[in-house]
Design a protein around this ligand. Structure first.
Ligand SMILES: [Zn+2]
Ligand SMILES: [Zn+2]
Length: 175
């Protein structure tokens, strides 16, 4: 997920180069992705490189009911501009404004896709992943994993329903 882009930065404006991405495991901040496959193209812009990533991967998540780890398939499609901090031709320092939010290409000309990837995934990750559609989840009282076996907790009391049933019976009898 790190590309050495010195040659890409020396190309003329508008030229494009493409790289294959094949990663078994990518750690991007607090996210872990597995089996990432795809491509990234680098378009030379006047400031730097516009990276366009198109890949698929599996994101490590926790089931929203039972907390078991699950792998969720994700499509990764984002574009971000990366600007160098050193000029690739003159080796002169390039000063960027502090509030310039473009991603940086470091002084050794490494372009790191991971932070862009992390931000993209955070915006697009599934909200409530499940280990399986009918996951029984955890008991809210004792925390037991109900997929493994039922626990001994009493189900929520039904007093209100009993009262309503009694009322209905009285009404039926009163007719
Ligand atoms: Zn689950
Ligand atoms: Zn329980």
């Amino acid at each position: 997920m790190q590309l050495h882009v010195l040659q890409d930065l020396r190309r003329k404006l508008g030229s494009v180069s493409e790289y294959e991405l094949e990663e078994e495991r990518v750690v991007a901040g607090d996210l872990v992705l597995r089996d990432l496959h795809g491509t990234v193209s680098l378009l030379r812009t006047d400031r730097g490189l516009l990276a366009a990533m198109d890949a698929t991967a599996k994101l490590e998540e926790s089931c929203s009911r039972c907390l078991a780890s699950v792998l969720v398939s994700v499509d990764v499609r984002f574009q971000e501009e990366y600007v160098p901090v050193v000029d690739a031709d003159t080796a002169g320092r390039i000063y960027l404004a502090d509030d310039d939010e473009a991603f940086r290409i470091d002084s050794e000309f490494w372009l790191d896709l991971r932070e862009g990837l992390r931000q993209y995934i955070l915006m697009s990750e599934p909200l409530k992943p499940l280990c399986r559609d009918d996951c029984a989840g955890l008991c809210p009282l004792c925390g037991a994993d109900l997929n493994a076996r039922p626990c001994n907790c009493q189900p929520e009391t039904d007093e209100r329903w009993d009262a309503l049933a009694g009322l209905k019976q009285e009404m039926d009898e009163g007719e």
